[in-house]
Design a protein around this ligand. Structure first.
Ligand code: URA
Length: 434
Protein backbone atom coordinates (compact mmCIF):
# COMPACT_ATOMS: atom_id res chain seq x y z
CA UNK A 1 0.00 0.00 0.00
CA UNK A 2 1.32 3.49 -0.67
CA UNK A 3 0.05 7.05 -0.27
CA UNK A 4 0.20 7.89 -4.00
CA UNK A 5 -2.33 5.14 -4.83
CA UNK A 6 -4.58 6.32 -1.98
CA UNK A 7 -4.46 9.94 -3.21
CA UNK A 8 -5.21 8.81 -6.78
CA UNK A 9 -8.17 6.71 -5.64
CA UNK A 10 -9.81 9.60 -3.78
CA UNK A 11 -8.90 12.06 -6.53
CA UNK A 12 -10.82 9.76 -8.93
CA UNK A 13 -13.80 9.75 -6.55
CA UNK A 14 -13.51 6.10 -5.49
CA UNK A 15 -14.22 4.77 -2.01
CA UNK A 16 -11.24 4.16 0.31
CA UNK A 17 -11.08 0.93 2.31
CA UNK A 18 -10.67 0.78 6.09
CA UNK A 19 -7.10 -0.50 5.58
CA UNK A 20 -6.20 2.42 3.31
CA UNK A 21 -7.65 4.97 5.77
CA UNK A 22 -5.80 3.31 8.68
CA UNK A 23 -2.56 3.32 6.68
CA UNK A 24 -2.87 7.04 5.93
CA UNK A 25 -3.69 8.01 9.54
CA UNK A 26 -0.94 5.88 11.12
CA UNK A 27 1.79 6.83 8.67
CA UNK A 28 0.88 10.55 8.74
CA UNK A 29 1.08 10.64 12.56
CA UNK A 30 4.45 8.84 12.41
CA UNK A 31 5.74 11.48 9.98
CA UNK A 32 6.13 9.03 7.06
CA UNK A 33 3.67 10.94 4.88
CA UNK A 34 4.59 14.51 3.93
CA UNK A 35 2.25 17.44 4.58
CA UNK A 36 1.96 18.10 0.83
CA UNK A 37 0.76 14.52 0.27
CA UNK A 38 -1.70 14.73 3.18
CA UNK A 39 -2.89 18.09 1.77
CA UNK A 40 -3.59 16.47 -1.60
CA UNK A 41 -5.65 13.72 0.03
CA UNK A 42 -7.52 16.18 2.28
CA UNK A 43 -8.35 18.35 -0.74
CA UNK A 44 -9.59 15.28 -2.65
CA UNK A 45 -11.80 14.37 0.34
CA UNK A 46 -13.02 17.98 0.52
CA UNK A 47 -14.02 17.94 -3.15
CA UNK A 48 -15.27 14.35 -3.55
CA UNK A 49 -16.53 13.84 0.05
CA UNK A 50 -16.71 10.44 1.76
CA UNK A 51 -19.24 7.66 2.15
CA UNK A 52 -20.77 6.94 5.56
CA UNK A 53 -18.47 3.92 5.93
CA UNK A 54 -15.36 5.97 5.07
CA UNK A 55 -16.32 8.70 7.59
CA UNK A 56 -16.82 6.09 10.33
CA UNK A 57 -13.51 4.38 9.49
CA UNK A 58 -11.65 7.72 9.48
CA UNK A 59 -13.19 8.68 12.84
CA UNK A 60 -12.27 5.38 14.53
CA UNK A 61 -8.79 5.45 13.06
CA UNK A 62 -8.16 9.02 14.33
CA UNK A 63 -9.67 8.22 17.75
CA UNK A 64 -7.24 5.27 18.07
CA UNK A 65 -4.22 7.32 16.96
CA UNK A 66 -3.39 8.24 20.59
CA UNK A 67 -4.67 7.55 24.11
CA UNK A 68 -8.31 6.57 24.58
CA UNK A 69 -9.48 7.52 28.06
CA UNK A 70 -11.43 5.15 30.23
CA UNK A 71 -13.74 7.21 32.46
CA UNK A 72 -15.97 4.28 33.41
CA UNK A 73 -14.97 4.59 37.09
CA UNK A 74 -16.57 8.08 37.14
CA UNK A 75 -20.07 6.79 36.25
CA UNK A 76 -22.25 7.88 33.36
CA UNK A 77 -20.15 10.77 31.95
CA UNK A 78 -21.94 12.95 29.40
CA UNK A 79 -19.86 15.19 27.18
CA UNK A 80 -20.96 18.41 25.50
CA UNK A 81 -19.41 19.90 22.40
CA UNK A 82 -20.03 22.91 20.22
CA UNK A 83 -18.97 23.24 16.60
CA UNK A 84 -17.89 26.76 17.57
CA UNK A 85 -19.16 30.27 17.44
CA UNK A 86 -18.68 33.90 18.38
CA UNK A 87 -19.24 34.65 22.09
CA UNK A 88 -20.04 30.98 22.72
CA UNK A 89 -19.78 30.64 26.50
CA UNK A 90 -22.47 27.97 26.90
CA UNK A 91 -20.09 25.33 28.32
CA UNK A 92 -19.11 27.68 31.15
CA UNK A 93 -22.70 28.46 32.14
CA UNK A 94 -24.14 25.00 31.58
CA UNK A 95 -21.54 22.51 32.83
CA UNK A 96 -21.42 23.77 36.47
CA UNK A 97 -25.24 23.54 36.50
CA UNK A 98 -25.07 19.98 35.11
CA UNK A 99 -22.48 19.03 37.77
CA UNK A 100 -24.69 20.56 40.48
CA UNK A 101 -27.44 18.16 39.34
CA UNK A 102 -25.22 15.15 40.10
CA UNK A 103 -23.94 14.32 36.60
CA UNK A 104 -20.14 13.98 36.48
CA UNK A 105 -18.53 16.58 34.20
CA UNK A 106 -15.09 15.56 32.88
CA UNK A 107 -14.54 17.91 29.98
CA UNK A 108 -11.63 18.75 27.76
CA UNK A 109 -12.07 21.96 25.78
CA UNK A 110 -10.15 23.72 23.05
CA UNK A 111 -8.54 27.09 22.39
CA UNK A 112 -9.94 29.61 19.95
CA UNK A 113 -8.77 29.83 16.37
CA UNK A 114 -9.94 32.46 13.89
CA UNK A 115 -13.29 34.04 14.67
CA UNK A 116 -14.46 31.30 17.06
CA UNK A 117 -13.40 31.63 20.70
CA UNK A 118 -12.17 28.79 22.91
CA UNK A 119 -13.34 27.85 26.42
CA UNK A 120 -9.76 27.32 27.62
CA UNK A 121 -8.64 30.85 26.66
CA UNK A 122 -11.67 32.21 28.49
CA UNK A 123 -10.96 30.21 31.66
CA UNK A 124 -7.33 31.33 31.64
CA UNK A 125 -8.44 34.92 32.08
CA UNK A 126 -9.18 33.96 35.71
CA UNK A 127 -5.78 34.48 37.39
CA UNK A 128 -4.25 31.19 38.52
CA UNK A 129 -6.74 28.84 36.81
CA UNK A 130 -4.82 25.76 35.63
CA UNK A 131 -6.00 24.12 32.41
CA UNK A 132 -3.06 21.69 32.12
CA UNK A 133 -3.88 19.04 34.73
CA UNK A 134 -2.67 15.46 34.23
CA UNK A 135 -5.23 12.73 33.80
CA UNK A 136 -5.01 11.54 37.44
CA UNK A 137 -5.71 15.04 38.89
CA UNK A 138 -8.44 15.53 36.29
CA UNK A 139 -10.23 12.34 37.37
CA UNK A 140 -9.58 13.05 41.08
CA UNK A 141 -11.28 16.45 40.77
CA UNK A 142 -14.31 14.90 39.08
CA UNK A 143 -14.55 12.33 41.90
CA UNK A 144 -14.19 14.97 44.62
CA UNK A 145 -16.28 17.89 43.36
CA UNK A 146 -18.10 16.42 40.34
CA UNK A 147 -16.43 18.63 37.71
CA UNK A 148 -13.14 19.30 35.96
CA UNK A 149 -12.54 21.45 32.88
CA UNK A 150 -9.11 21.25 31.26
CA UNK A 151 -7.37 21.85 27.92
CA UNK A 152 -6.44 19.22 25.37
CA UNK A 153 -3.07 18.55 26.95
CA UNK A 154 -3.30 14.76 26.81
CA UNK A 155 -2.31 12.69 23.78
CA UNK A 156 -5.89 12.39 22.50
CA UNK A 157 -6.50 11.89 18.78
CA UNK A 158 -3.09 13.29 17.69
CA UNK A 159 -4.04 12.54 14.07
CA UNK A 160 -6.83 15.09 14.35
CA UNK A 161 -4.48 17.67 15.88
CA UNK A 162 -2.14 17.32 12.87
CA UNK A 163 -4.89 17.17 10.27
CA UNK A 164 -6.86 20.06 11.77
CA UNK A 165 -3.79 22.32 11.67
CA UNK A 166 -3.14 21.24 8.07
CA UNK A 167 -6.77 21.85 7.02
CA UNK A 168 -6.57 25.32 8.49
CA UNK A 169 -3.58 26.19 6.28
CA UNK A 170 -5.21 24.94 3.04
CA UNK A 171 -8.72 26.30 3.66
CA UNK A 172 -10.36 22.87 4.03
CA UNK A 173 -12.15 23.32 7.36
CA UNK A 174 -15.79 23.49 6.29
CA UNK A 175 -16.20 19.94 5.03
CA UNK A 176 -18.82 17.68 6.61
CA UNK A 177 -16.77 14.41 6.57
CA UNK A 178 -13.70 16.23 7.91
CA UNK A 179 -15.52 18.15 10.67
CA UNK A 180 -17.63 15.15 11.72
CA UNK A 181 -14.61 12.82 11.97
CA UNK A 182 -12.52 15.51 13.70
CA UNK A 183 -15.10 16.18 16.42
CA UNK A 184 -16.24 12.61 16.92
CA UNK A 185 -12.69 11.18 17.07
CA UNK A 186 -11.90 13.55 19.96
CA UNK A 187 -15.18 12.76 21.71
CA UNK A 188 -14.62 9.01 21.42
CA UNK A 189 -11.02 9.31 22.66
CA UNK A 190 -12.13 11.53 25.58
CA UNK A 191 -14.04 8.63 27.11
CA UNK A 192 -17.59 9.93 27.72
CA UNK A 193 -20.32 7.42 26.95
CA UNK A 194 -23.00 9.90 25.90
CA UNK A 195 -22.57 13.08 23.88
CA UNK A 196 -24.65 16.21 23.27
CA UNK A 197 -23.47 18.41 20.38
CA UNK A 198 -24.43 22.01 19.68
CA UNK A 199 -24.24 22.29 15.89
CA UNK A 200 -23.99 26.03 15.33
CA UNK A 201 -25.42 27.41 12.10
CA UNK A 202 -25.03 30.88 10.62
CA UNK A 203 -22.48 33.39 9.39
CA UNK A 204 -20.46 33.08 12.65
CA UNK A 205 -20.19 29.27 12.40
CA UNK A 206 -18.46 26.74 10.14
CA UNK A 207 -21.84 25.65 8.76
CA UNK A 208 -23.39 28.78 7.31
CA UNK A 209 -26.64 27.28 6.08
CA UNK A 210 -29.27 25.07 7.65
CA UNK A 211 -28.99 22.22 5.16
CA UNK A 212 -25.25 21.83 5.78
CA UNK A 213 -25.76 22.05 9.56
CA UNK A 214 -28.44 19.35 9.44
CA UNK A 215 -26.23 17.11 7.28
CA UNK A 216 -23.37 17.53 9.78
CA UNK A 217 -25.73 16.77 12.69
CA UNK A 218 -27.04 13.59 11.04
CA UNK A 219 -23.50 12.48 10.21
CA UNK A 220 -22.19 12.97 13.77
CA UNK A 221 -25.20 11.27 15.32
CA UNK A 222 -24.70 8.25 13.06
CA UNK A 223 -20.99 7.98 13.96
CA UNK A 224 -21.79 8.33 17.68
CA UNK A 225 -24.49 5.72 17.62
CA UNK A 226 -22.35 3.32 15.53
CA UNK A 227 -19.50 3.60 18.03
CA UNK A 228 -21.79 2.86 20.97
CA UNK A 229 -22.00 6.46 22.26
CA UNK A 230 -25.55 7.70 22.39
CA UNK A 231 -25.44 11.08 20.63
CA UNK A 232 -27.87 13.97 20.38
CA UNK A 233 -27.28 16.96 18.10
CA UNK A 234 -29.08 20.29 18.34
CA UNK A 235 -28.80 22.85 15.55
CA UNK A 236 -28.67 26.37 17.00
CA UNK A 237 -28.42 29.84 15.50
CA UNK A 238 -25.05 31.58 15.13
CA UNK A 239 -25.99 34.55 12.95
CA UNK A 240 -25.48 36.91 15.89
CA UNK A 241 -22.94 36.51 18.73
CA UNK A 242 -24.12 34.37 21.64
CA UNK A 243 -25.18 36.40 24.69
CA UNK A 244 -23.86 39.90 25.40
CA UNK A 245 -20.08 39.61 25.60
CA UNK A 246 -17.44 38.66 23.03
CA UNK A 247 -13.84 38.45 24.29
CA UNK A 248 -12.23 36.27 26.90
CA UNK A 249 -12.41 38.07 30.28
CA UNK A 250 -15.59 39.89 29.17
CA UNK A 251 -17.28 36.53 28.56
CA UNK A 252 -16.09 35.15 31.90
CA UNK A 253 -17.62 38.18 33.63
CA UNK A 254 -20.90 37.51 31.81
CA UNK A 255 -20.79 33.83 32.91
CA UNK A 256 -20.18 34.81 36.54
CA UNK A 257 -22.94 37.43 36.60
CA UNK A 258 -25.42 35.03 34.95
CA UNK A 259 -24.56 32.21 37.37
CA UNK A 260 -24.82 34.62 40.32
CA UNK A 261 -28.27 35.72 39.12
CA UNK A 262 -27.14 39.34 38.66
CA UNK A 263 -27.73 39.26 34.91
CA UNK A 264 -30.54 37.63 32.87
CA UNK A 265 -29.48 35.30 30.09
CA UNK A 266 -30.27 36.67 26.61
CA UNK A 267 -32.94 34.80 24.61
CA UNK A 268 -30.38 32.86 22.53
CA UNK A 269 -28.33 32.00 25.61
CA UNK A 270 -31.37 30.80 27.54
CA UNK A 271 -32.53 28.68 24.62
CA UNK A 272 -29.16 26.99 24.12
CA UNK A 273 -28.40 26.47 27.83
CA UNK A 274 -31.81 24.94 28.59
CA UNK A 275 -32.11 22.91 25.38
CA UNK A 276 -28.65 21.33 25.61
CA UNK A 277 -28.94 20.92 29.38
CA UNK A 278 -32.35 19.25 29.20
CA UNK A 279 -31.07 16.82 26.56
CA UNK A 280 -28.12 15.95 28.81
CA UNK A 281 -30.49 15.29 31.73
CA UNK A 282 -32.69 13.06 29.55
CA UNK A 283 -29.62 11.12 28.32
CA UNK A 284 -28.47 10.72 31.93
CA UNK A 285 -31.98 9.48 32.81
CA UNK A 286 -32.31 12.19 35.50
CA UNK A 287 -35.61 13.34 33.95
CA UNK A 288 -38.14 11.84 31.56
CA UNK A 289 -38.95 14.83 29.40
CA UNK A 290 -37.16 17.81 27.88
CA UNK A 291 -39.59 20.21 29.62
CA UNK A 292 -38.80 18.67 33.02
CA UNK A 293 -35.09 18.97 32.21
CA UNK A 294 -35.36 22.66 31.29
CA UNK A 295 -37.10 23.36 34.62
CA UNK A 296 -34.29 21.65 36.54
CA UNK A 297 -31.61 23.64 34.69
CA UNK A 298 -33.34 26.96 35.47
CA UNK A 299 -33.95 25.87 39.09
CA UNK A 300 -30.23 25.21 39.71
CA UNK A 301 -29.32 28.46 38.03
CA UNK A 302 -31.75 30.45 40.15
CA UNK A 303 -30.97 28.76 43.49
CA UNK A 304 -27.24 29.48 43.06
CA UNK A 305 -26.14 25.82 42.99
CA UNK A 306 -24.64 26.28 39.51
CA UNK A 307 -22.58 29.23 40.78
CA UNK A 308 -21.43 27.27 43.87
CA UNK A 309 -20.17 24.52 41.54
CA UNK A 310 -18.36 27.06 39.37
CA UNK A 311 -16.62 28.43 42.51
CA UNK A 312 -15.64 24.85 43.51
CA UNK A 313 -14.22 24.26 40.03
CA UNK A 314 -12.17 27.48 39.94
CA UNK A 315 -10.87 26.96 43.49
CA UNK A 316 -9.91 23.32 42.81
CA UNK A 317 -7.98 24.25 39.66
CA UNK A 318 -5.99 27.00 41.37
CA UNK A 319 -7.99 30.05 40.24
CA UNK A 320 -8.38 33.17 42.37
CA UNK A 321 -12.03 33.10 43.48
CA UNK A 322 -11.93 36.71 44.69
CA UNK A 323 -12.47 37.58 40.97
CA UNK A 324 -15.71 35.57 41.10
CA UNK A 325 -16.82 37.38 44.24
CA UNK A 326 -16.05 40.78 42.71
CA UNK A 327 -15.87 40.89 38.91
CA UNK A 328 -14.67 44.53 38.97
CA UNK A 329 -11.24 43.04 39.82
CA UNK A 330 -10.81 41.90 36.18
CA UNK A 331 -8.44 44.29 34.44
CA UNK A 332 -10.25 46.60 31.98
CA UNK A 333 -9.20 47.55 28.45
CA UNK A 334 -7.71 51.06 28.03
CA UNK A 335 -10.49 52.36 25.76
CA UNK A 336 -14.17 51.58 26.19
CA UNK A 337 -16.12 53.27 23.38
CA UNK A 338 -19.88 53.17 22.84
CA UNK A 339 -21.45 52.09 19.53
CA UNK A 340 -24.33 54.50 18.85
CA UNK A 341 -27.54 53.87 16.87
CA UNK A 342 -27.74 56.16 13.84
CA UNK A 343 -31.51 55.83 13.40
CA UNK A 344 -34.75 54.57 14.95
CA UNK A 345 -35.90 51.05 14.18
CA UNK A 346 -35.37 47.41 15.12
CA UNK A 347 -32.06 45.55 15.11
CA UNK A 348 -32.37 43.26 12.08
CA UNK A 349 -28.78 42.02 11.97
CA UNK A 350 -25.89 41.89 14.42
CA UNK A 351 -23.35 40.15 12.23
CA UNK A 352 -21.53 37.38 14.15
CA UNK A 353 -18.90 36.91 11.46
CA UNK A 354 -17.97 40.61 11.39
CA UNK A 355 -17.96 40.77 15.20
CA UNK A 356 -15.76 37.65 15.38
CA UNK A 357 -13.25 39.05 12.88
CA UNK A 358 -13.12 42.44 14.62
CA UNK A 359 -12.74 40.84 18.07
CA UNK A 360 -9.81 38.90 16.63
CA UNK A 361 -8.37 42.14 15.17
CA UNK A 362 -8.64 43.80 18.61
CA UNK A 363 -6.59 40.88 20.01
CA UNK A 364 -9.26 38.60 21.52
CA UNK A 365 -8.48 35.73 19.14
CA UNK A 366 -5.61 34.29 17.17
CA UNK A 367 -4.91 34.21 13.48
CA UNK A 368 -2.07 31.70 13.96
CA UNK A 369 -1.95 29.01 16.65
CA UNK A 370 1.08 30.53 18.37
CA UNK A 371 -0.41 34.07 18.64
CA UNK A 372 -0.93 35.48 22.16
CA UNK A 373 -4.38 36.75 23.06
CA UNK A 374 -5.43 39.80 25.03
CA UNK A 375 -8.09 38.80 27.61
CA UNK A 376 -9.33 42.38 28.14
CA UNK A 377 -10.54 43.26 24.64
CA UNK A 378 -13.76 42.56 22.71
CA UNK A 379 -17.36 43.76 22.74
CA UNK A 380 -20.34 44.07 25.07
CA UNK A 381 -23.70 44.31 23.30
CA UNK A 382 -26.62 46.14 24.89
CA UNK A 383 -28.96 45.43 21.96
CA UNK A 384 -29.51 42.24 20.01
CA UNK A 385 -31.59 41.12 17.04
CA UNK A 386 -35.25 42.00 17.49
CA UNK A 387 -34.62 44.86 19.98
CA UNK A 388 -36.21 48.23 19.22
CA UNK A 389 -33.82 51.19 19.30
CA UNK A 390 -33.95 54.97 19.04
CA UNK A 391 -31.39 57.15 17.27
CA UNK A 392 -28.59 57.91 19.77
CA UNK A 393 -29.13 54.74 21.88
CA UNK A 394 -26.05 52.80 22.94
CA UNK A 395 -26.00 49.50 21.02
CA UNK A 396 -22.88 48.20 22.71
CA UNK A 397 -19.28 48.96 23.66
CA UNK A 398 -15.92 48.34 22.03
CA UNK A 399 -13.23 47.31 24.55
CA UNK A 400 -9.80 47.96 23.10
CA UNK A 401 -6.20 48.58 24.15
CA UNK A 402 -5.31 50.46 20.96
CA UNK A 403 -6.68 53.87 19.92
CA UNK A 404 -6.20 53.33 16.15
CA UNK A 405 -7.89 49.93 16.24
CA UNK A 406 -10.78 51.42 18.21
CA UNK A 407 -11.28 54.08 15.53
CA UNK A 408 -11.18 51.45 12.78
CA UNK A 409 -13.73 49.22 14.55
CA UNK A 410 -16.02 52.20 15.20
CA UNK A 411 -16.29 52.73 11.43
CA UNK A 412 -17.38 49.14 10.71
CA UNK A 413 -21.00 48.13 10.28
CA UNK A 414 -21.90 45.55 12.92
CA UNK A 415 -25.61 46.35 13.16
CA UNK A 416 -28.35 46.69 10.59
CA UNK A 417 -31.32 48.65 11.89
CA UNK A 418 -34.54 48.86 9.95
CA UNK A 419 -38.09 47.60 9.73
CA UNK A 420 -38.69 44.28 11.45
CA UNK A 421 -40.42 41.67 9.35
CA UNK A 422 -42.30 38.81 10.97
CA UNK A 423 -40.29 36.08 9.25
CA UNK A 424 -37.10 37.43 10.77
CA UNK A 425 -37.95 36.37 14.30
CA UNK A 426 -38.65 32.84 13.10
CA UNK A 427 -35.26 32.79 11.36
CA UNK A 428 -33.64 33.35 14.73
CA UNK A 429 -35.85 30.99 16.69
CA UNK A 430 -36.02 27.89 14.48
CA UNK A 431 -34.03 25.00 15.93
CA UNK A 432 -33.63 21.34 15.02
CA UNK A 433 -32.98 18.22 17.06
CA UNK A 434 -31.22 15.23 15.53
N1 URA B 1 -14.19 21.70 15.59
C1 URA B 1 -13.38 20.61 15.54
O1 URA B 1 -13.00 20.07 16.57
N2 URA B 1 -12.99 20.15 14.34
C2 URA B 1 -13.40 20.70 13.17
O2 URA B 1 -13.03 20.21 12.12
C3 URA B 1 -14.23 21.84 13.23
C4 URA B 1 -14.62 22.31 14.46
Amino acid sequence: MNILDIIAKKRDNKELSKEEIDFFVKEYVKGNIADYQASALVMAIYINRMSEQEITDLTISMANSGDVLDLSDLGDVIDKHSTGGVGDKITLILMPIIASLGIPVAKMSGRGLGTTGGTIDKLESIPGYRTDLDIESFKKNVKEIGISLIGQTLNLAPADKKLYALRDTINCIDSIPLIASSIMSKKIAAGANKIVIDVTCGNGAFMNNRLKALQLAVCMKRIGDLSGKETKCIVTDMNQPMGRAVGNALEIIEVIEVLKGNQEMTIDEKFTVTELGANMLVLAKKVNTIEEGKKKIIENLKNGKGFEKFVDLVKKQGGDISYLEDTSKFEKAKYIEPIIAEKDGTVRILNANTVGKLACYLGAGRIKKEDAINPRVGFIFEKKVGDKVKKGDILGYIHSDDKEKTEYVKKQKLFNIGYWRLYERSRYSRRYHI
